[in-house]
Design a protein around this ligand. Structure first.
Ligand SMILES: Cc1cc2nc3c(=O)[nH]c(=O)nc-3n(C[C@H](O)[C@H](O)[C@H](O)COP(=O)(O)OP(=O)(O)OC[C@H]3O[C@@H](n4cnc5c(N)ncnc54)[C@H](O)[C@@H]3O)c2cc1C
Length: 336
């Protein structure tokens, strides 16, 4: 395990902004992590755990230790008539695990195909897409508490999963070393999203497989999202806001084409992309920053924007959304 000083982070984050880490350490196994947290430097410096860097925006040089997770491995723990339980180490690519599961004809995570990043980060914001959240397939999460080196396993309910949140958001000192999933052998297509059910229907299959669903998801995603590396970005920049139903009713009276999605009897979810697009920001550019031309929710670094410039632009959008709709947008991307 090597501690590198003043490491350029541009290649390690999908936003591709130039920032350096004062210290940078790559971990390839759990004992590296234990060695690191007994190093005196660990107790004097701030630290940040980095996976694939697809949900983070560094706005300035990081003054502490960036821990780059590269702990890999995948192991089937049990296999019975109805399901397979599999433990995946944190640095495995999320999309590769989805592809592995559909090759095994398993069900549960196929709607989450093509989400960039690592398995270890998936529970952190409880990744979700097309009506499915990863929480529904997670059995347990293995963690090391980096304040004291204690290794333990959290059950699904101890992870406190919610919409784009979990216990890991409030406990950033928990290093996820592996995640155990239970994947079903019993077909259970989740096609509640209109665009997804239409894409699956257009495949004209007699029997729909989890691979068919994953392929439909990939087709939809490729039609509206950039590929990682094509342009600097981190997917959806903001969460979809959840607001009071009464507030939403007042807005739909003004904007009849605004769609609302039920969350509870009192609350609804609104599309953050729709709010931003309605303000005229789809495909908008201001110097080196802007929004993606096929999806207003994706903020982009056209080439050499600084992280601070991207964040300034994000704040401008947040202010305008607040002024026009009375809604406070919250970043989904972690702004550091
Ligand atoms: C094009 C694109 C599309 C996207 N689409 C979606 C989508 O549909 N749905 C969705 O939910 N997200 C989406 N995202 C966001 C992103 O892919 C996910 O949040 C992903 O889980 C981030 O993984 P990562 O390894 O890149 O994490 P990073 O960006 O490296 O880190 C994200 C957070 O997790 C923490 N973290 C990372 N690894 C660990 C670990 N081992 N232990 C503890 N904490 C850790 C980091 O400290 C940070 O707080 C998209 C991103 C892009 C670029």
């Amino acid at each position: 395990m090597n501690i590198i000083e003043n490491k350029q982070l541009r290649p390690y984050t999908t936003f591709q902004v130039d920032v350096t880490a004062r210290y940078f350490v790559e971990l390839t196994n759990v004992s590296d992590l234990h060695n690191l947290i007994t190093n005196p430097l660990w107790h004097t410096e701030r630290h940040f755990i980095l996976g694939g860097g697809s949900n983070v925006l560094f706005t300035k040089d990081y003054p502490g230790i960036v821990v780059y997770n590269n702990i890999k491995g995948i192991e089937v723990v049990s296999d019975d008539a109805t399901s397979i339980t599999v433990r995946v180490a944190a640095a495995e690519s999320w999309h590769d695990v989805v592809m592995w599961s559909v090759e095994q004809k398993l069900w549960g995570i196929e709607n989450l195909a093509l989400i960039p990043g690592t398995v270890g980060a998936a529970p952190v914001q409880n990744i979700g897409a097309y009506g499915v959240e990863v929480a529904s397939s997670i059995h347990t999460v293995d963690v090391v508490d980096t304040t004291n080196g204690r290794a333990f396993t959290l059950t699904q309910s101890e992870c406190q999963f919610g919409y784009r949140t979990s216990v890991f958001k409030t406990h950033p000192h928990y290093f996820v070393t592996g995640v155990t999933f239970v994947l079903s052998k019993i077909p259970q297509p989740q096609l509640s999203y209109d665009a997804l059910s239409t894409a699956v229907e257009s495949q004209n299959r007699e029997v729909v497989t989890s691979r068919d669903v994953a392929e439909a998801v990939m087709e939809i995603r490729r039609s509206k999202l950039p590929e990682v590396g094509e342009i600097g970005m981190a997917g959806s920049f903001f969460k979809n806001p959840i607001i009071d139903r009464i507030h939403a009713q007042a807005l739909t009276a003004r904007y009849p084409n605004m769609r609302v999605f039920d969350v509870s009897p009192e609350q609804v979810k609104i599309s953050a992309g729709w709010l931003i697009e309605t303000l005229g920001y789809k495909g908008y550019r201001e110097g080196q920053v802007g929004t993606y031309d096929k999806h207003a929710l994706v903020l982009v670094n056209h080439a050499n924007a600084t992280g601070a410039e991207v964040w300034q632009f994000a704040q401008k959008i947040m202010d305008e959304v607040q002024e026009t709709f009375g809604i406070q947008l919250e970043p989904e991307v972690l702004v550091v």
